[in-house]
Write a protein that binds this ligand. Structure first.
Ligand code: 1HE
Length: 262
Protein backbone atom coordinates (compact mmCIF):
# COMPACT_ATOMS: atom_id res chain seq x y z
CA UNK A 1 0.00 0.00 0.00
CA UNK A 2 1.27 3.47 -0.76
CA UNK A 3 2.92 5.36 2.09
CA UNK A 4 0.98 8.47 1.05
CA UNK A 5 -2.29 6.73 1.79
CA UNK A 6 -3.33 8.43 5.03
CA UNK A 7 -6.12 5.86 5.45
CA UNK A 8 -3.55 3.10 5.88
CA UNK A 9 -3.70 1.93 9.47
CA UNK A 10 -0.15 1.78 10.76
CA UNK A 11 -1.05 -0.63 13.55
CA UNK A 12 -3.26 -3.67 12.97
CA UNK A 13 -5.05 -5.64 15.65
CA UNK A 14 -6.21 -9.23 15.36
CA UNK A 15 -7.87 -10.96 18.29
CA UNK A 16 -8.04 -14.73 18.61
CA UNK A 17 -9.57 -15.69 21.96
CA UNK A 18 -7.28 -14.47 24.75
CA UNK A 19 -4.44 -13.55 22.36
CA UNK A 20 -4.22 -10.20 20.57
CA UNK A 21 -1.74 -9.92 17.72
CA UNK A 22 -0.63 -6.35 17.09
CA UNK A 23 1.21 -5.68 13.83
CA UNK A 24 3.38 -2.68 12.95
CA UNK A 25 2.02 -2.12 9.46
CA UNK A 26 4.57 0.01 7.65
CA UNK A 27 6.78 -2.50 5.90
CA UNK A 28 7.57 -0.10 3.03
CA UNK A 29 9.36 2.16 5.57
CA UNK A 30 10.70 -0.82 7.54
CA UNK A 31 8.21 -0.05 10.31
CA UNK A 32 9.93 3.24 11.12
CA UNK A 33 7.99 4.79 13.97
CA UNK A 34 6.29 8.11 13.35
CA UNK A 35 3.97 9.98 15.69
CA UNK A 36 0.85 8.59 14.06
CA UNK A 37 2.08 5.05 14.51
CA UNK A 38 3.03 5.69 18.14
CA UNK A 39 -0.43 7.10 18.80
CA UNK A 40 -2.09 4.13 17.10
CA UNK A 41 0.06 1.78 19.19
CA UNK A 42 -0.90 3.59 22.39
CA UNK A 43 -4.59 3.51 21.49
CA UNK A 44 -4.40 -0.14 20.55
CA UNK A 45 -2.85 -1.21 23.85
CA UNK A 46 -5.11 1.00 25.96
CA UNK A 47 -8.33 -0.26 24.38
CA UNK A 48 -7.72 -4.02 24.28
CA UNK A 49 -10.92 -5.80 25.27
CA UNK A 50 -10.92 -7.38 28.73
CA UNK A 51 -11.14 -10.85 27.14
CA UNK A 52 -7.55 -10.41 25.92
CA UNK A 53 -4.99 -11.89 28.34
CA UNK A 54 -1.78 -11.52 26.35
CA UNK A 55 -0.55 -9.69 23.26
CA UNK A 56 1.99 -10.48 20.56
CA UNK A 57 3.74 -7.60 18.78
CA UNK A 58 5.16 -8.23 15.30
CA UNK A 59 6.49 -6.14 12.44
CA UNK A 60 5.12 -6.59 8.93
CA UNK A 61 7.68 -7.40 6.25
CA UNK A 62 11.26 -8.40 6.94
CA UNK A 63 12.03 -6.04 9.83
CA UNK A 64 10.71 -5.43 13.31
CA UNK A 65 11.41 -1.69 13.21
CA UNK A 66 13.99 0.71 11.79
CA UNK A 67 13.38 3.06 14.72
CA UNK A 68 12.46 6.71 14.63
CA UNK A 69 11.04 7.95 11.34
CA UNK A 70 13.96 10.22 10.54
CA UNK A 71 11.84 12.25 8.11
CA UNK A 72 9.89 13.64 11.08
CA UNK A 73 13.00 15.12 12.70
CA UNK A 74 13.75 17.80 10.16
CA UNK A 75 11.85 20.83 11.49
CA UNK A 76 11.70 19.95 15.18
CA UNK A 77 12.49 22.77 17.64
CA UNK A 78 14.03 21.91 21.02
CA UNK A 79 10.65 22.31 22.69
CA UNK A 80 9.00 20.10 20.07
CA UNK A 81 11.79 17.55 20.50
CA UNK A 82 11.11 17.25 24.21
CA UNK A 83 7.40 16.91 23.55
CA UNK A 84 8.08 14.19 20.96
CA UNK A 85 9.95 12.10 23.51
CA UNK A 86 6.94 12.33 25.82
CA UNK A 87 4.85 10.71 23.09
CA UNK A 88 7.24 7.76 22.96
CA UNK A 89 7.33 7.52 26.76
CA UNK A 90 3.56 7.53 27.01
CA UNK A 91 3.14 4.83 24.36
CA UNK A 92 5.82 2.52 25.75
CA UNK A 93 4.53 3.03 29.29
CA UNK A 94 1.09 1.84 28.15
CA UNK A 95 2.73 -1.25 26.68
CA UNK A 96 5.09 -2.12 29.53
CA UNK A 97 2.63 -1.30 32.30
CA UNK A 98 -0.55 -2.08 30.43
CA UNK A 99 -3.12 -4.72 31.25
CA UNK A 100 -1.50 -7.63 29.43
CA UNK A 101 1.99 -9.08 29.00
CA UNK A 102 3.39 -8.56 25.52
CA UNK A 103 5.54 -11.03 23.57
CA UNK A 104 7.60 -9.47 20.77
CA UNK A 105 8.69 -11.22 17.58
CA UNK A 106 11.99 -9.62 16.55
CA UNK A 107 13.35 -10.04 13.04
CA UNK A 108 15.59 -8.06 10.72
CA UNK A 109 16.30 -4.57 12.01
CA UNK A 110 15.60 -3.96 15.68
CA UNK A 111 17.25 -0.61 15.55
CA UNK A 112 17.24 2.67 17.47
CA UNK A 113 13.68 3.40 18.53
CA UNK A 114 12.78 -0.13 17.40
CA UNK A 115 15.08 -1.49 20.10
CA UNK A 116 13.61 1.01 22.55
CA UNK A 117 10.18 -0.39 21.72
CA UNK A 118 11.43 -3.99 22.04
CA UNK A 119 12.89 -3.22 25.45
CA UNK A 120 9.44 -2.24 26.73
CA UNK A 121 8.08 -5.73 25.92
CA UNK A 122 7.93 -8.51 28.48
CA UNK A 123 9.15 -11.44 26.41
CA UNK A 124 11.30 -11.14 23.29
CA UNK A 125 11.62 -13.89 20.67
CA UNK A 126 14.28 -13.15 18.06
CA UNK A 127 14.40 -14.87 14.71
CA UNK A 128 17.90 -15.85 13.64
CA UNK A 129 18.16 -12.91 11.20
CA UNK A 130 17.37 -10.26 13.82
CA UNK A 131 20.02 -7.65 14.51
CA UNK A 132 20.26 -4.99 17.18
CA UNK A 133 21.86 -1.58 16.78
CA UNK A 134 21.76 1.95 18.12
CA UNK A 135 22.85 4.16 15.19
CA UNK A 136 21.88 7.37 17.00
CA UNK A 137 25.53 8.50 17.11
CA UNK A 138 25.85 8.03 13.35
CA UNK A 139 22.67 10.04 12.80
CA UNK A 140 23.79 12.84 15.13
CA UNK A 141 20.96 12.31 17.58
CA UNK A 142 20.37 10.52 20.87
CA UNK A 143 18.06 7.93 22.33
CA UNK A 144 14.68 9.55 22.95
CA UNK A 145 12.21 6.72 23.44
CA UNK A 146 13.23 5.61 26.90
CA UNK A 147 16.13 3.44 25.73
CA UNK A 148 18.70 5.14 27.95
CA UNK A 149 16.74 3.74 30.84
CA UNK A 150 15.17 0.52 29.53
CA UNK A 151 17.98 -0.80 27.33
CA UNK A 152 20.55 0.14 29.98
CA UNK A 153 18.57 -1.85 32.51
CA UNK A 154 18.62 -4.86 30.19
CA UNK A 155 22.27 -4.89 29.11
CA UNK A 156 24.00 -2.23 31.25
CA UNK A 157 24.80 1.33 30.24
CA UNK A 158 28.39 0.47 29.29
CA UNK A 159 27.18 -1.78 26.45
CA UNK A 160 24.60 0.82 25.39
CA UNK A 161 27.29 3.49 25.19
CA UNK A 162 29.61 1.15 23.27
CA UNK A 163 26.85 0.32 20.75
CA UNK A 164 26.07 4.01 20.30
CA UNK A 165 29.68 5.14 20.05
CA UNK A 166 30.89 2.48 17.62
CA UNK A 167 27.76 1.51 15.69
CA UNK A 168 28.29 -2.10 16.86
CA UNK A 169 25.55 -4.29 15.38
CA UNK A 170 24.71 -7.34 17.48
CA UNK A 171 23.35 -10.48 15.87
CA UNK A 172 20.48 -12.48 17.33
CA UNK A 173 22.69 -14.82 19.37
CA UNK A 174 24.75 -11.95 20.76
CA UNK A 175 21.54 -10.13 21.62
CA UNK A 176 20.24 -13.19 23.42
CA UNK A 177 23.46 -13.61 25.42
CA UNK A 178 23.10 -10.04 26.67
CA UNK A 179 19.38 -10.22 27.40
CA UNK A 180 17.93 -8.34 24.43
CA UNK A 181 16.17 -11.56 23.41
CA UNK A 182 14.95 -14.41 25.57
CA UNK A 183 14.74 -16.92 22.72
CA UNK A 184 16.37 -17.26 19.31
CA UNK A 185 14.45 -19.29 16.74
CA UNK A 186 14.77 -20.13 13.05
CA UNK A 187 13.76 -17.52 10.46
CA UNK A 188 9.94 -17.32 10.22
CA UNK A 189 9.50 -19.43 13.38
CA UNK A 190 9.06 -16.40 15.66
CA UNK A 191 5.30 -16.10 15.50
CA UNK A 192 4.72 -19.78 16.25
CA UNK A 193 7.06 -19.56 19.24
CA UNK A 194 5.36 -16.37 20.41
CA UNK A 195 1.95 -18.06 20.17
CA UNK A 196 3.20 -21.02 22.19
CA UNK A 197 4.53 -18.66 24.89
CA UNK A 198 1.39 -16.52 24.77
CA UNK A 199 -0.75 -19.58 25.42
CA UNK A 200 1.29 -20.36 28.53
CA UNK A 201 1.15 -16.76 29.74
CA UNK A 202 -2.63 -16.62 29.23
CA UNK A 203 -2.93 -19.80 31.30
CA UNK A 204 -1.40 -18.15 34.38
CA UNK A 205 -3.50 -16.64 37.14
CA UNK A 206 -4.32 -13.08 36.07
CA UNK A 207 -3.22 -11.73 39.45
CA UNK A 208 0.18 -13.41 39.15
CA UNK A 209 0.65 -11.87 35.71
CA UNK A 210 -0.33 -8.50 37.16
CA UNK A 211 2.24 -8.84 39.93
CA UNK A 212 4.93 -9.89 37.47
CA UNK A 213 4.24 -6.95 35.16
CA UNK A 214 3.53 -4.23 37.69
CA UNK A 215 5.16 -5.14 40.99
CA UNK A 216 8.39 -6.77 39.85
CA UNK A 217 9.82 -3.71 38.01
CA UNK A 218 8.92 -1.48 40.97
CA UNK A 219 10.52 -3.86 43.44
CA UNK A 220 13.68 -3.96 41.33
CA UNK A 221 13.95 -0.17 41.74
CA UNK A 222 13.38 -0.14 45.48
CA UNK A 223 16.04 -0.35 48.19
CA UNK A 224 16.25 -3.89 49.58
CA UNK A 225 14.17 -3.32 52.72
CA UNK A 226 11.33 -1.71 50.74
CA UNK A 227 11.59 -4.25 47.94
CA UNK A 228 11.26 -7.16 50.33
CA UNK A 229 8.32 -5.53 52.04
CA UNK A 230 6.55 -4.85 48.72
CA UNK A 231 7.23 -8.43 47.67
CA UNK A 232 5.72 -9.79 50.86
CA UNK A 233 2.55 -7.75 50.31
CA UNK A 234 2.24 -8.91 46.72
CA UNK A 235 2.88 -12.52 47.74
CA UNK A 236 0.17 -12.31 50.39
CA UNK A 237 -2.33 -10.75 47.97
CA UNK A 238 -1.75 -13.34 45.24
CA UNK A 239 -1.75 -16.40 47.47
CA UNK A 240 -4.90 -15.28 49.24
CA UNK A 241 -6.92 -15.25 46.01
CA UNK A 242 -9.33 -18.18 45.47
CA UNK A 243 -7.64 -18.94 42.17
CA UNK A 244 -4.29 -19.49 43.86
CA UNK A 245 -5.86 -21.79 46.42
CA UNK A 246 -7.57 -23.79 43.68
CA UNK A 247 -4.35 -24.08 41.65
CA UNK A 248 -2.25 -25.14 44.64
CA UNK A 249 -4.89 -27.71 45.66
CA UNK A 250 -4.95 -29.06 42.11
CA UNK A 251 -1.22 -29.67 42.35
CA UNK A 252 -1.43 -31.28 45.78
CA UNK A 253 -4.21 -33.56 44.49
CA UNK A 254 -2.03 -34.49 41.51
CA UNK A 255 -4.37 -32.83 39.01
CA UNK A 256 -1.94 -30.12 37.83
CA UNK A 257 0.97 -30.21 35.44
CA UNK A 258 4.41 -30.78 36.92
CA UNK A 259 7.37 -28.63 36.03
CA UNK A 260 9.19 -30.42 33.22
CA UNK A 261 12.47 -29.58 31.46
CA UNK A 262 11.85 -28.12 27.98
C1 1HE B 1 13.20 5.08 6.84
C2 1HE B 1 13.82 4.61 8.02
C3 1HE B 1 13.81 5.47 9.14
C4 1HE B 1 14.03 3.09 6.51
N1 1HE B 1 13.20 6.67 9.02
N2 1HE B 1 12.61 6.27 6.77
N3 1HE B 1 17.09 4.46 12.32
C5 1HE B 1 18.09 4.20 11.45
O1 1HE B 1 19.06 4.91 11.40
C6 1HE B 1 17.90 3.05 10.54
C7 1HE B 1 17.72 3.54 9.13
N4 1HE B 1 17.32 2.48 8.23
C8 1HE B 1 18.21 1.59 7.71
O2 1HE B 1 19.38 1.53 8.07
C9 1HE B 1 17.68 0.66 6.66
O3 1HE B 1 16.50 1.24 6.12
C10 1HE B 1 17.34 -0.77 7.18
C11 1HE B 1 18.64 -1.50 7.51
C12 1HE B 1 16.44 -0.74 8.41
C13 1HE B 1 16.58 -1.54 6.07
O4 1HE B 1 17.32 -1.48 4.85
P1 1HE B 1 16.59 -1.83 3.47
O5 1HE B 1 17.65 -1.83 2.41
O6 1HE B 1 15.77 -3.06 3.66
O7 1HE B 1 15.53 -0.65 3.22
P2 1HE B 1 15.77 0.86 2.72
O8 1HE B 1 15.80 0.90 1.23
O9 1HE B 1 16.91 1.47 3.42
O10 1HE B 1 14.46 1.58 3.28
C14 1HE B 1 13.19 1.40 2.65
C15 1HE B 1 12.45 2.72 2.81
O11 1HE B 1 12.24 2.95 4.21
C16 1HE B 1 13.25 3.90 2.31
O12 1HE B 1 12.33 4.86 1.87
P3 1HE B 1 12.03 5.03 0.28
O13 1HE B 1 11.02 6.13 0.22
O14 1HE B 1 13.35 5.33 -0.37
O15 1HE B 1 11.47 3.69 -0.17
C17 1HE B 1 13.93 4.41 3.56
O16 1HE B 1 14.26 5.78 3.48
C18 1HE B 1 12.84 4.20 4.57
N5 1HE B 1 13.34 4.11 5.93
N6 1HE B 1 14.32 3.38 7.77
C19 1HE B 1 12.63 7.03 7.85
N7 1HE B 1 14.34 5.11 10.29
C20 1HE B 1 13.08 8.12 19.86
S1 1HE B 1 14.65 8.42 19.35
C21 1HE B 1 15.12 7.03 18.44
C22 1HE B 1 16.26 7.36 17.56
C23 1HE B 1 16.42 6.37 16.47
O17 1HE B 1 15.61 5.52 16.26
S2 1HE B 1 17.84 6.56 15.55
C24 1HE B 1 17.79 5.22 14.43
C25 1HE B 1 17.04 5.57 13.19
Amino acid sequence: MSENNTDQKLVLLDIDGPVATVTLNRAEKRNALNVRMLNELRDCFTTLPSTVKVAILVGSGQHFSAGLDLSELTEASIEEGIYQSQIWYETFEKIQFGRVPVVGVLKGAVVGGGLELASSLHVRVAEQDAYFALPEGQRGIFLGGGGSVRISKLIGFSRVSEMMLTGHVLNANEGQQLGLAHYVVAPDAGLAKARELAKRIAGNAALSNFAIMRALPLIAEQPMSQGLFTESLMAAVTQNAPEAKARVNAFLQKRAEKVVPQ
